[in-house]
Design a protein around this ligand. Structure first.
Ligand code: KG4
Ligand code: ZN
Length: 330
């Protein structure tokens, strides 16, 4: 007997993710990246993304079940990302999951993408309980929440302009690096001097817990024109971006008295950020490698958790929610 077997599908953007979770543990996590497909356009083309998800999703699910030695009929719960994200891509995964659930007569759950990231980050710490703070930093989001209990997300702060990952992507682009920019900046930063370029930490000294990253992109462009070396720009930009994220998190922890923090989303892969957070006296939980960026296992984990708490399926009429604040997910 294998216990509760959950299929999680993630198609909110340009990665097709399929994950299988049995009894709260990841069994399979397959991601088909579309990065190359969109590379020549300099960003994700929604229509192309939808078409590609449609083409690979069924094959990916079959391959995942094969890898787990399971049949579709063994699934106990089928989940997909409901939002936020690109509406076309969301509809592909959501429609597929509903159809499968309906044909198998199994329960279906629509999962909030950010709640998926949170549970992905907790994959290495399944015993962890609220209260905790969550920082989600990805290509589309920079949000800081207080989680007093499961399923409840109180927004403490968010970016006022670009997301943290978006800033890495944009600075990478203006330095002539590839996409996604985070890993590229990180690589180039290793060869540069983080103190060489006079970036200032955005929002420092302000009240509240909001972030702002678009000024760093403008500053990077100016420093490039002034002749600073790309490696020094990368290293110095990374220093202030990390200082902003880690500093705000530390301050929120101090003010709320909640010292347990979870960092999720693609930017959580950044080693400078991981090092800075580990150096604080916070209890920091970071996603295991492979679970920082979008994937299906995180959606399955979030669904399994909600299922164990509530045991109530979502209706098959559930709509996709391209704009969906996490605070309203509960
Ligand atoms: O969570 P994710 O895979 O997709 C979204 O939901 O956005 O995050 C992708 C973002 C990209 O902006 C990428 O540049 C950034 O995460 N990222 C990083 C690193 N790896 C990925 N940013 C900084 N350092 C990294 N090592
Ligand atoms: Zn994401």
């Amino acid at each position: 007997m294998r216990g509760v077997l959950v299929l999680g599908i993630e198609t909110s953007c340009d990665d097709t993710g399929v994950g299988l979770v049995a009894d709260g543990r990841i069994v399979v996590n397959r991601v088909a990246s579309q990065t190359l497909l969109h590379a020549e356009y300099g960003g994700v083309v929604p229509e192309l993304a939808s078409r590609e998800h449609t083409q690979v999703l069924d094959r990916l699910v079959t391959a995942a079940l094969d890898e787990a030695g399971a049949a579709a009929g063994d699934l106990d719960l089928i989940a997909a990302t409901r939002g936020p994200g690109l509406v076309g891509p969301l509809l592909v995964g959501l429609g597929y999951a509903k159809g499968l659930a309906w044909s198998l007569g199994k329960p279906f759950l629509g999962v909030h993408h950010l709640e998926g990231h949170v549970h992905g980050a907790l994959a290495g710490a399944p015993q962890l309980e609220p209260p905790f703070l969550v920082l989600v930093a990805s290509g589309g989001h920079t949000h800081l929440y207080h989680v007093p209990r499961w399923g409840r997300y109180e927004l403490l702060g968010a970016t006022r302009d670009d997301a943290a990952g978006e800033a890495f992507d944009k600075v990478a682009r203006l330095l002539g690096l590839g996409y996604p920019g985070g890993p590229e900046i990180e690589r180039l930063a290793a060869e540069g001097d983080p103190q060489a370029v006079p970036f200032t930490v955005p929002m420092r000294g302000r009240q509240g817990y909001d972030f702002s990253f678009s000024g760093l992109k403008t500053a990077a462009l100016r420093f490039k024109d002034e002749g600073y070396a790309p490696a020094d720009i990368a290293a110095s930009f990374q220093r202030v971006a990390v200082a902003s994220l880690a500093g705000t998190l530390e301050r929120a922890a101090r003010d709320t008295g909640v010292r347990r923090v979870v960092v999720a989303g693609g930017v959580a892969a950044n080693r400078a950020l991981r090092t800075a957070l580990t150096a604080t006296d916070l209890e920091v939980h970071l996603p295991p490698p492979g679970l920082t960026s979008d994937n299906g296992a995180m959606i399955a984990l979030a669904a399994a958790h909600r299922w164990s708490r509530e045991g109530r399926p979502d209706p098959l009429t559930l709509s996709a929610e391209p704009y969906w604040p996490l605070g309203e997910a509960a």
